[in-house]
Design a protein around this ligand. Structure first.
Ligand code: CTP
Length: 129
């Protein structure tokens, strides 16, 4: 049983999100997703998400490729989450390339190429204009 773990906000779900989750799931047997809390998103991105954490957790957990979700409340707890969920692989988008290599002592760290030309920020901008 290979467990893959990934993290993200997954606000205003789009194809880039789905593609990274599908690719992460394909690396193992069980995909666990740490969904950033509203407070963490404000700290990371300087704005609150469109959809509240409970909504984002429900939406992500309903995807066929996702087995389990939890609320990621702090960037400092990555190692604890990896241990708690017995992750064999940490999968992240390559906007984070190199920044999680420190965890390669406890799991394999994989970076996937981001899907071009789409992001939550771009979708929000498109709706606004
Ligand atoms: N992701 C991706 N391709 C995209 C957008 C996101 O592969 N086009 C991946 C990110 O690399 C990350 C995960 O999806 O591993 C969650 O990203 P998130 O920050 O929630 O989405 P963004 O669309 O990047 O959000 P924002 O515009 O608010 O930064």
């Amino acid at each position: 049983m290979t467990t893959v773990l990934t993290f993200g906000t997954f606000d205003v779900l789009h194809l880039g999100h789905l593609r990274i989750l599908e690719r992460a799931a394909a690396l193992g047997d069980r995909l666990v997703v740490g969904v950033s809390s509203d407070a963490l998103n404000i700290a990371k991105k300087g704005r609150g998400p469109v959809f509240a954490q409970e909504e984002r957790l429900r939406i992500v957990s309903a995807l066929r490729c996702v087995n389990e979700v939890f609320l990621e409340e702090s960037l400092e707890l990555k190692r604890e989450y990896l241990v708690r969920y017995a992750a064999d692989i940490l999968a992240m988008g390559d906007d984070w390339r190199g920044r999680f290599d420190e965890f390669s002592d406890i799991c394999r760290v994989v970076y996937f190429e981001r899907t071009p030309a789409i992001s939550t920020t771009a979708v929000i901008e498109k709706i606004r204009t």
